[in-house]
Design a protein around this ligand. Structure first.
Ligand code: HEC
Ligand code: HEC
Ligand code: HEC
Ligand code: HEC
Ligand code: HEC
Ligand code: HEC
Length: 285
């Protein structure tokens, strides 16, 4: 009787090790699908860990297709059985713009890709001031970036991303208001400046040499783009020379006489959408 139990036990051990062998070869197969990632390390789901999956993705060219091989094309689990969508609850799950850019309200920085939220950081800069400008309409993303339609848009990350956004100016920065001056808008990342852009002064009677410093809100005031940046008087003058219909005696309280659809006698904008829109608006009312 004892012998039979022993033999039976041996048989069970043999079956058991066969099954274990089978298990290991399955692990090997999955390792060849994703050589980088045979198992997730400890802390993979913990944002403060060095092994956090968000940091891994950021240091591996933001490539999400590798995750899809196990977690499914729609991130709902796939062969892994673990969905991304339980934590990434916005539209399109992890591919939602706000996963990597901005915050729960908007997709433009802040927050930048590196986590920065300060306007002195080049990834953040004056985004919010172009979204909600003091005295013009909101500036569309496409005035400074190529149009990006979805995460997989070829204009977006590409195959070899450097983590630095591309600046490609839209029509407004090239506007000429039918004048002789041809803007040549230029972004210089080293100095964080935008120069030769219509929007910032490159137009007839504008301050054609004005620059906007992306990381310094105070670099653009009334008078920077047209007029006198030192006194803040916006009356247009080219190299200090006034030409009709603009004269040296004019102040911010004179503009309404001819530009009354844009600004009132107190120098307050009555229609911000007409200012820096690429057209000279005058003589209404
Ligand atoms: C080779 C298959 C495979 C690949 C590739 C893969 N995963 Fe997973 N992942 C799994 C499996 C299986 C689980 C569930 C078991 C576990 O938690 O380890 C899982 C679980 C997870 C979890 C939940 C962890 C937890 O503790 O709650 C997260 C988050 C995750 N994966 C993110 C990712 C990301 C991000 C990628 C792409 C960079 C990725 N995975 C690529 C197989 C994979
Ligand atoms: C257990 C919850 C959880 C699961 C499951 C999960 N994530 Fe995340 N993920 C997070 C958290 C938390 C963050 C950090 C959010 C933050 O910093 O605001 C994050 C951040 C990210 C980021 C941002 C990286 C960056 O550079 O900012 C990506 C991309 C991402 N996850 C992809 C995935 C993918 C793909 C899956 C599924 C394969 C997945 N996540 C599953 C919780 C999760
Ligand atoms: C007035 C021009 C302008 C507008 C409008 C603008 N951006 Fe940008 N954006 C920039 C500049 C400049 C940078 C920094 C480029 C660099 O790092 O060289 C940048 C960088 C970025 C980055 C990368 C940030 C990082 O982490 O490095 C993202 C993402 C971005 N912008 C998204 C948007 C979105 C979304 C919108 C529309 C809601 C928008 N931007 C509107 C000028 C603009
Ligand atoms: C997984 C992270 C991630 C998600 C999700 C994401 N982006 Fe990006 N985005 C990046 C990275 C990385 C860059 C910088 C690309 C580079 O190095 O050229 C970038 C750059 C940008 C830029 C700067 C312009 C450019 O061409 O470089 C804009 C605008 C932008 N993203 C918009 C979006 C929009 C809109 C969405 C949602 C549809 C989105 N992003 C979703 C990671 C992400
Ligand atoms: C007497 C009427 C009049 C007053 C007052 C006036 N403008 Fe103008 N403004 C015009 C006209 C007309 C044009 C179009 C000129 C053209 O097409 O060459 C114009 C054009 C402009 C332009 C576009 C650049 C250019 O010169 O073509 C700017 C900027 C401008 N005005 C700002 C102002 C500001 C700021 C004030 C107040 C300080 C002001 N204007 C007061 C009549 C006036
Ligand atoms: C960022 C650059 C910039 C700043 C700062 C700026 N302007 Fe202008 N302004 C323009 C441009 C560009 C035009 C040319 C017409 C257009 O596109 O609206 C203009 C035109 C005008 C006009 C003519 C009416 C019109 O919009 O066509 C008035 C009036 C005016 N600005 C007043 C002001 C006042 C007052 C301030 C300060 C409170 C100011 N601007 C600051 C760029 C600027």
């Amino acid at each position: 009787m004892k012998k039979i139990i022993m033999l039976y036990g041996l048989f069970l051990v043999m079956i058991g090790s066969l099954l274990m062998y089978q298990g290991c070869s399955e692990l090997d197969t999955s390792a060849t699908i994703a050589p980088d990632l045979d198992t997730h390390p400890d802390g993979w789901a913990v944002p403060t860990s060095n092994n956090f999956h968000g940091s891994y993705i950021a240091s591996h060219k933001w490539n999400l297709s590798q995750c899809k091989t196990c977690h499914g094309g729609d991130y709902s689990g796939g062969s892994s059985g673990t969905s991304c969508l339980g934590c990434h609850t916005n539209n399109n799950g992890p591919e939602n713009c706000r996963t990597c850019h901005g915050n729960s309200d908007h997709s433009n920085p802040p927050r930048a890709l590196n986590g920065d939220t300060s306007t002195t950081s080049v990834g953040v800069g004056m985004h919010m001031f172009h979204r909600f400008p003091l005295y013009s309409a909101s500036v569309a993303c496409e005035e400074c970036h190529r149009d990006i339609n979805g995460f997989d848009d070829p204009n977006h990350i590409g195959t070899d991303p450097d983590g630095i956004a591309e600046i490609t100016f839209g029509p407004l920065a090239f506007d000429t208001i039918n004048g002789p001056i041809r803007p040549n808008p230029t972004w210089d990342r080293n100095t964080a400046t935008c120069s030769n852009a219509y929007c910032h002064g490159t137009f007839k009677e504008g301050n054609v040499n004005a620059v906007g410093i992306w990381t310094n809100q105070g670099s653009v005031v009334c008078g920077t783009c047209h007029g006198d940046p030192n006194t803040g008087n916006p009356t247009p003058r080219t190299n200090g020379v006034f030409t009709p219909p603009h004269y040296s005696f004019m102040t911010i309280n004179s503009c309404y006489v001819c530009h009354g659809n844009v600004i009132n006698s107190q120098g307050q904008f009555v229609d911000k959408d007409l200012h820096v829109n690429g057209e000279i608006d005058f003589f209404a009312r």
